[in-house]
Design a protein around this ligand. Structure first.
Ligand code: ADP
Ligand code: MG
Length: 716
């Protein structure tokens, strides 16, 4: 794009952001601080995927420093995503000593491009040890630098990838960037086959991420060790009212919550995050925030920032923002719906079906590539969202199930019928809806219904991967998604390039494409399911179709490092075997550690708070029974209650012993250890919870040591 046109476009885009105060090194800020040739060169990298010219680094660094200082910043940091599941930052002041014994502000190109944090203190799955600690952070110019303000000034944050001295990725960004490259490469081959690659510099994956979360008053959380330490309740009886009345979803947002949302959104807008949507979610106390989609890499960074800002702002409003996938048993859990698509750099969405999808062979090719990928790698896809927390959603009777399947909807399924049978007819249209009132407009209707139960749903012009958990660092599932889809695009491109070699007849091409897609639909359609994914019938049907149902993380994670997965990621240069094995190990260890922390928290709560409360109540009741007897008052029912409490207190002690025993299990083989945790420790914790929840419904409220579910969820 010409410099002037781009400047105009940016100025328009920035008007809105400027009304909030812009804290990103983008658009107008760049124009103001960068020389025209440096600006142009940087834009080539950001928008067209051209290699970064190292010669511009000093100028960019200088400009960033001047801008940051003008905004009151004192420090900069390389901001990265280690395998911990959160972000990391080490701050350095812009200060350098000068030759006269004073100090000057300095930030050079080399400081911008490369940082050098100690790599041994982050999880590396054995790639780095304390005696081989060197690691590097490397500037990702395609994701905007931003300023996080603080009371005294602020910090310039530079998005970076984090790699070991050996060059192996120790983070989630590097593999994501590699997977984006590989999708680009093979999608471009498909465009070329259809003769639609002219003028296209690159194909981008796009992401729009819907974040669900709960808000709980800080004072309640302060009295719940489980929420403080684990982010979820380990005990807690069901409140009289949950979401049976369906009166929370899209309900009126409470004033206090709205004030928090406004504040958080304002800061997110300042950071260039295009927050669009907010609403009450299904469960009481549950909400959602969603931005407009962006290029995947930027969206991934923005999503991490969104979680961070929500957490910080919630505290300022007296809330704790719970991102956990299942903070409360028996009420809806939280996901992070991952809306995924691919488009050219000119903005043409390759998953847009057009008016006649049955004739839109390029669209059908991309759709079939996704279908083939999900069918061939369903287990891997399930593993991409595996965590102890997400198991409470995927493995339980909640949305969506652990069986990976695709929802296409009526229109596309009809088109697939046509592809499979080789016949072509007009596709189904949505038509219009007449609301029956003369003053109301007629509504254009979508060609298909919605299915909220599917883990992977086609929603008009994108796929919505709904199995992703609310705490997920989305770079990871998308790295896997991109890689498996790139493999299918490669398969399709290679087949067609071979059969079409030497021919430039469009007719011949279309015949060959139809033939290939027919074969793909025949072989992989079993992964498509449009019905109710919660139903037992689907579970039975999926088993008959041979689709994997990996209910727990220890069942799913081994798929990550199977021979086939290792070969796949290595072939496409996304992760070498060591890098992938390291991730498998880190995730398995994290699973074990998380559940063990939960078990120890539970034990402490039960032993030092629940049991004493139960025993005190038992004592009170026994005094009542004793004094009643003395006064010859008949109180069979009170005596019965005393009996119940005594029995429950006793079985609570037995449960504590069982949990304690299961928690102490040790094993050198991490996979074996994880399996034992899921088959022994977690069920023991559930049984203990059951006893405690029974007690909660019987013990006098003034003796019960914790805020109830009703306190935390219903009163606001
Ligand atoms: P819903 O799925 O609830 O109907 P929307 O249609 O608004 O909601 O989309 C949800 C998310 O999907 C938003 O973040 C939106 O920006 C994103 N989205 C829309 N189009 C695309 C696309 N082409 N690629 C990626 N995400 C998209
Ligand atoms: Mg959605």
């Amino acid at each position: 794009m010409e410099h002037k046109t781009m400047c105009n476009a940016m100025e328009m885009q920035n008007d809105y952001a400027d009304s909030f105060g812009c804290r990103t090194f983008t658009g107008n800020v760049m124009l103001q601080y960068l020389a025209a040739d440096v600006f142009e060169s940087l834009q080539e990298t950001i928008h067209k995927g051209k290699p970064l010219d190292p010669a511009i680094a000093n100028s960019v660094a200088d400009a960033m420093k001047d801008w940051a200082l003008s905004q009151g910043c004192t420090h900069y940091t390389h901001w990265f995503q280690p395998l911990t599941g959160t972000t990391a930052e080490k701050h350095d002041a812009f200060l350098e000593p000068d030759s006269t014994g004073g100090v000057i502000a300095k930030f050079s190109g080399s400081m911008l491009i490369r940082g050098e944090p100690d790599a041994s203190s982050f999880p590396s799955g054995g790639i780095r040890d304390t005696w081989e600690a060197r690691g590097y952070t490397a500037w990702d110019a395609t994701s905007p630098a931003f300023i996080l303000p603080n009371e005294k000034g602020g910090t310039l944050c530079i998005p970076t990838a984090f790699v070991s001295w050996t060059g192996e990725a120790l983070d989630k960004k590097a593999p994501l960037l590699r997977s984006i490259d590989i999708i680009n490469k093979h999608a471009m081959r498909i465009l070329k086959i259809f003769g639609t690659d002219q003028g296209v510099n690159c194909v981008n994956t796009t992401l729009g991420l819907e974040q669900e979360y709960f808000l709980v008053d800080e004072e309640f959380v302060a009295n719940r060790p489980d929420l403080m330490i684990c982010g979820r309740t380990l005990i807690g009886a069901m409140p009289p009212k949950g979401h049976q009345l369906d009166d929370h979803y899209f309900g009126k947002i409470p004033e206090r919550v709205l004030a928090f949302m406004d504040d958080a959104e304002r800061q997110l807008c300042e950071l260039g995050i295009p927050i669009k949507t907010r609403h009450n979610e299904v469960a009481p106390g549950q909400y959602e925030i969603a931005p407009t989609f962006e290029k995947a890499n930027v969206a991934a960074d923005h999503q991490l920032l969104t979680m961070q800002i929500l957490r910080v702002k919630a505290r300022e409003h007296g809330f704790i923002c719970l991102m956990h996938e299942k903070p409360f048993a028996g009420v809806n859990g939280s996901g992070k719906h991952n809306n995924w698509s691919i488009s050219t750099d000119a903005g043409v969405n390759l998953l847009y079906p057009g008016k006649e999808p049955q004739d839109n062979l390029r669209f059908l090719t991309f759709i079939c590539a996704v279908m083939r990928a999900v069918d061939l790698h369903a287990g891997l896809l399930r593993a991409s969202v595996a965590s102890a927390a997400n198991d409470h959603r995927l493995g339980a009777n909640e949305a969506p199930p652990a069986i990976m399947s695709i929802y296409f909807g009526e229109m596309l399924s009809d088109v697939l019928d046509q592809v499979e049978s080789g016949e072509s007819r007009d596709s189904r249209k949505g038509g219009t809806l007449d609301l029956g009132s003369s003053t109301m407009p007629k509504l254009n209707r979508h060609s298909g219904d919605r299915n909220r139960t599917s883990p992977f749903a086609f929603t008009g012009n994108k796929f919505e991967f709904r199995a992703v958990g609310s705490t997920s660092t989305i770079a990871w599932p998308n790295t896997i998604l991109n890689t498996i889809i790139a493999e299918s695009l490669d398969y399709i491109a290679t087949s067609l390039e071979t059969t079409l070699a030497g021919s430039d007849s469009a007719e011949h091409r279309d015949t060959e494409v139809r033939k290939l897609l027919q074969e793909i639909v025949k072989n992989h359609r079993r992964v498509v399911f449009d019905g109710d994914n919660y139903s037992q019938e689907w579970h039975d049907e999926a088993a008959a179709r041979g689709l994997p149902n990996l209910r727990t993380t220890p069942e799913a994670l081994p798929l990550l490092t199977s021979e086939a997965s290792l070969a796949l990621f290595k072939n496409y240069n996304v992760l070498n075997n060591r890098e992938l094995n390291a991730r498998g190990e880190v995730l398995t260890e994290k699973y074990i550690t998380q559940v063990k922390i939960e078990a120890r928290t539970l034990l402490q709560m039960l032993s030092t708070q629940v049991l004493p409360a139960a025993l005190r109540y038992q004592l009170e009741l026994s005094q009542v029974v004793a004094t009643s007897k003395e006064a010859s008052i008949v109180c069979h029912r009170t005596a019965g209650r005393l009996h119940d409490i005594a029995e429950l207190a006793d079985s609570l002690q037995a449960s504590i012993e069982t949990v304690s025993l299961a928690e102490s299990f040790e094993c050198d083989d991490v996979a074996e250890h994880a399996r034992e945790i899921s088959t022994s420790l977690l069920p023991a914790m559930l049984r203990a919870r059951d006893v405690s929840d029974h007690l909660e419904l019987l013990v006098a409220e003034d003796l019960w040591p914790f805020p109830s579910y009703a306190d935390m969820l219903l009163y606001r």
